[in-house]
Unconditional design. Structure first.
Length: 271
């Protein structure tokens, strides 16, 4: 569904191209198309105006993560319930590269600045330490750069990049967000830990404000938490939903607007 978030708050159009739950949906950089994937193992690139599929493909696995390349708008990454992440080219409708790791599921994908490298968070946690929980990849060669980035026994359901500094944050199932360098060797900042909210097994998303001063996250108790990026202290909380709040995202043009959604399917826009 596409919504008018600023004026009326109404649903403008519904696209019924999937037969099972839609797990990921991304706007193209031009804003005229939506890339979606879900538990029916299909990919669809839909023209927002006409509702027609510009690109469609059937995968071998259920899809849970999609990301467009930051500089090449015709290329995107697709991951899910599979040890493989695939890079697709929309123009040829073909797979460019396959990135394979000894995991069962890809939870999230994050491109680093300029798109030469990207990170995947996975479900792989060993008994003694996290092994392959966050993996860094070379986009062009499909080589694995590092799989020893995060050494605590928690999976990371979502990753987000700082808009101005070379840093990224990982949401963890240990009920805190961890801060890392976005440059090799991707070291964790042990002095900063953003904690106070709850994750508890939900795929709770997190994001920086456009100016990079705030870090916002949902919480399994339905609240939204705002953290000061520099001090890691909680600035404010919102009692946003009755169910688990799984995502909170700033508007890209109007930074005073925030969208939140919960486990029951409710979407709210906040001023």
């Amino acid at each position: 569904k596409v919504w008018d978030a600023v004026d009326t708050g109404c649903c403008l159009k519904t696209y019924s191209c999937h037969s099972c739950a839609v797990r990921a949906a991304r706007w193209s950089s031009c804003g005229r198309r939506i890339l979606s994937g879900g538990f029916d193992s299909t990919l669809h690139l839909t023209d927002v105006e006409t509702g027609k599929q510009v690109f469609s493909s059937k995968m071998e696995f259920r899809i849970s993560a999609l990301k467009f390349h930051p500089t090449e708008s015709n290329i995107f990454l697709c991951g899910g319930f599979s040890p493989e992440v695939k890079a697709w080219d929309i123009r040829t409708s073909k797979v460019l590269r396959v990135y394979k790791a000894a995991v069962q599921q890809t939870l999230d994908i994050l491109f680093l600045p300029e798109g030469r490298e990207f990170l995947t968070s996975t479900d792989a946690v060993s008994r003694d330490s996290a092994d392959r929980t966050i993996i860094a990849w070379d986009f062009q060669s499909a080589a694995k750069i590092s799989n020893q980035i995060f050494h605590e026994r928690y999976t990371c359901p979502s990753l987000t990049l700082h808009p101005k500094e070379s840093m990224f944050v990982a949401q963890t199932n240990g009920n805190y967000m961890a801060l890392f360098s976005a440059q090799r060797p991707y070291r964790i900042n042990k002095k900063k830990r953003y904690e106070g909210h709850k994750v508890e097994g939900f795929a709770v998303g997190c994001e920086f404000s456009p100016d990079g001063t705030l870090l916002v996250t949902g919480s399994s108790d339905g609240k939204v938490f705002f953290y000061n990026y520099h001090t890691s202290r909680i600035i404010r909380t919102l009692s946003a939903h009755k169910e688990a709040c799984v995502s909170a995202i700033f508007h890209p043009v109007l930074p005073s607007l925030l969208a939140t959604c919960d486990w029951a399917g409710e979407i709210k826009i906040w001023q």
